[in-house]
Ligand binder design. Structure first.
Ligand SMILES: [Fe+2]
Length: 314
């Protein structure tokens, strides 16, 4: 964030994220039902961008195993010491095969959830982080890595209509809803958005009212609408640095990970927008640059292998 105070005003004061703590350079945020110290960190920086996104693993030993397997595959890795992020134990960062900076951790302080502190609810009632959505130039390569090496399952996917079909996007999960990470074909590596779960459709609408009421109606980029893929009711909003988040409600349970993934054609308009307006150009063109885990410099993105948007979007 280039202006931390402005970002805190947006996320905490307007959107009602819970602030666990903050210091001069960082604010550690979480949703109302979350029990981990933080799920979202705002960090002061000279330019906008994403340092990393993170997944929790089941044990400290898993971190060592991940380090060995990643290094064997030729990926850059870096250990972050205990406490590098407040409330979090040691962590492993990996630059994945597409260049995305991914962090794994096991230990995180637990804090009191606010689920039943209804008296403290503000904003659109952000409950928890749901997923991250990324743009990569080669979705097939990323899909192979995340499913074969890191144990993600696919819930839904998008492919082209040519023969043989080519993978355009994939929604991958570990927890039992539609996704923890979505891989989209596009200029990358870039982080397109972080998705946060809200309880219902009225929460999505309330976010729009609150933003507009505060004079931030231009922050509403796309939606409200419903996705075909994932079935979620959504709105996308941009903060003062144009980082994008999605407020996301009413996706569905995946009871068993061996359910057959649902196929969508890239040319089906109901895929991304079951109802609602066609996404604006900015939604495809603009996304957050990501950092190199080696030195924190921003990685120069590359052009995608496939067309980066459906033909009906101009
Ligand atoms: Fe999303």
């Amino acid at each position: 964030m280039t202006q931390l105070d402005r970002a805190r005003e947006f996320y905490v004061d307007l959107l009602g994220f819970v602030e666990t703590s903050h210091d001069r350079d960082r604010a550690y945020l979480r949703g109302l039902e979350e029990r981990e110290h933080h799920s979202f960190v705002l960090r002061r920086a000279a330019s906008p961008g994403v340092s990393h996104f993170a997944f929790r693993v089941a044990s400290e030993d898993d971190l060592d195993r991940l380090q060995r397997s990643s290094a064997q595959a030729g990926l850059r890795t870096r250990w972050m010491e205990d406490g590098a992020e407040e409330g979090q134990g040691r962590a492993l960062r990996v630059q994945d095969p597409t260049g995305l900076p991914v962090e794994f951790y096991h230990r995180m302080d637990q804090v009191e959830r606010r689920l039943q502190r209804f008296d403290l609810y503000r904003g659109p009632h952000v409950m928890r982080i749901d997923h991250v959505n990324v743009q990569v130039p080669d979705v097939q390569k990323a899909y192979d890595w995340y499913t074969r090496e890191w144990g993600f399952w696919c819930s839904e996917y998008t492919e082209t209509d040519e023969q043989p079909a080519r993978l355009w996007a994939a929604w991958l999960h570990r927890k039992q809803n539609v996704h923890d990470i979505a891989l989209m074909n596009g200029i990358g590596p870039r982080v397109h958005h972080a998705g946060f779960w809200v309880p219902d459709a009225s929460s999505v609408l309330r976010a729009c009212d609150i933003l507009a009421g505060a004079g931030h109606q231009d922050a509403i980029e796309r939606g409200p609408g419903r996705h075909g893929l994932s079935n979620a009711l959504f709105v996308y909003v941009r903060d003062g640095d144009h980082n994008r988040i999605e407020l996301y409600a009413s996706d569905y349970l995946i009871a068993d990970p061996d359910w057959t993934p649902i196929r969508w054609s890239i040319n089906d308009p109901r895929r991304a927008t079951f109802w609602g307006h066609v996404p604006p150009k900015s939604w495809f063109d603009e996304a957050s640059h990501v950092e190199s885990i080696a030195d924190g410099s921003l990685i120069e993105p590359k052009a995608p292998l496939l067309a980066d948007r459906p033909s009906f979007v101009t």
